[in-house]
Design a protein around this ligand. Structure first.
Ligand code: 3PG
Length: 213
């Protein structure tokens, strides 16, 4: 997969809903009801972070949920890329970027939403052929005003800000011309999942899917 194809795919999935839920799932039995709730609430793109022993099984189970597009988050190494692809991930997300990680994703045909935190990293990605990145950690790096400033000299690159994004600040990010969607964990946090609060997760997803800039 070329960087251009990967970026085109990443832009397409990022454009399906204003929010990508960032999911840390401890129990594989939660995968299907969780994905059903999020899809029903209008959030089809599901980032399952590889931070729990259950994560790969969760991706495998979500791959069978109609309307869901599961991806693997927290990709750090080529081995993570291989495991994610084998589990059925349709895309990958990483907190930062390395050449080895990009090589592995391109070889595995796994579109990567790679994290950048500085304009130099965004330029590096653009030079390599990518025009869609994650901005991480968004709030700690200065928030929406940083992406607003980057748009002047580098309007070619678009972002999915993640990290510290909330229902309160999401609209400000989404109003920027270089933001296609945001990522966040507030829609399905640990407590809601452990309580099996699928209806509440669906309501939070519905509110998130209605967010606009
Ligand atoms: C993460 O690192 O888990 C993601 O960036 C989500 O961050 P958030 O919990 O601040 O939404």
């Amino acid at each position: 997969m070329t960087p251009k194809d990967a970026s085109t795919f990443a832009r397409k999935i990022a454009g399906l809903a204003p929010v990508i839920p960032v999911l840390v799932v401890e129990d594989a039995a939660h995968a299907v009801p969780l994905a059903n709730a999020l899809v029903a609430g209008g959030l089809p793109v599901l980032e399952v972070t590889l931070r729990t022993p259950a994560a790969l099984e969760v991706i495998r189970a979500m791959a069978d949920v109609e309307g869901g597009i599961p991806g693997a988050g927290t990709l750090l190494t080529p081995a993570d890329v291989k495991a994610a692809k084998a589990a059925g991930a349709r895309f990958g997300v990483s907190p930062g970027v390395t050449e080895r990680l990009l090589d592995a994703c391109e070889d595995a045909e796994l579109p990567l939403l790679a994290g950048v935190a500085t304009v130099t990293e965004a330029m590096w990605m653009y030079e390599r052929g990518y025009d869609m990145c994650k901005f991480f950690p968004a709030e700690a790096n200065g928030g929406a005003s940083v992406l607003k400033a980057w748009h002047g000299p580098l309007p070619q690159v678009s972002y999915c800000p993640t990290g510290g994004v909330t229902p309160q600040n999401a609209a400000e990010y989404l109003s920027l011309p270089n933001v296609i969607c945001v990522g966040g964990s507030w829609i399905a946090n640990r407590n809601l999942m452990q309580a099996g609060a699928w209806d509440e997760i669906e309501s939070l997803a519905r509110a998130a899917s209605a967010l606009k800039g």
